[in-house]
Design a protein around this ligand. Sequence first.
Ligand SMILES: [Cu+2]
Length: 140
Amino acid sequence: MLRIFFIFIIFFTSPILANTFSIDMLNVRSDGQSMVYSEDVLKVEVGDTVVWKPKDKGHNVEFIIGPDAIELPKKSRINQEFTYTFEKSGVYFYQCTPHKSMGMIAVIIVGDDLTNLDQVKSVRVFGKSKRKLEEILSLI
Ligand SMILES: [Cu+2]
């Protein structure tokens, strides 16, 4: 009886077990990179939430690529914390609107699903972000 009770608890509370991750928006990161998110590539599971925190001023989050048939969130306001829960597996590419050509780009991989990775490989980026995108792809 006790075992059934615990199975019940685990089954019906599983959404609560979804994780929350946080990513800082930074002027300088500990490795010396400037205009940068604290995570270049973050892997999460479906149902997990990511919170982007404006540790420094002037940054935001603008999604450019996500899995097919998904409506990407509107770009976040500068200097504001932004929260997003990933309900669909796939690769998500986002950038900081003011610093998109200064290397402030990053990727979230949801559910280890690389189905749409080619979209990220062919995304148009500018300036310092060209090299940064190569770095990011080498991490995947
Ligand atoms: Cu920025």
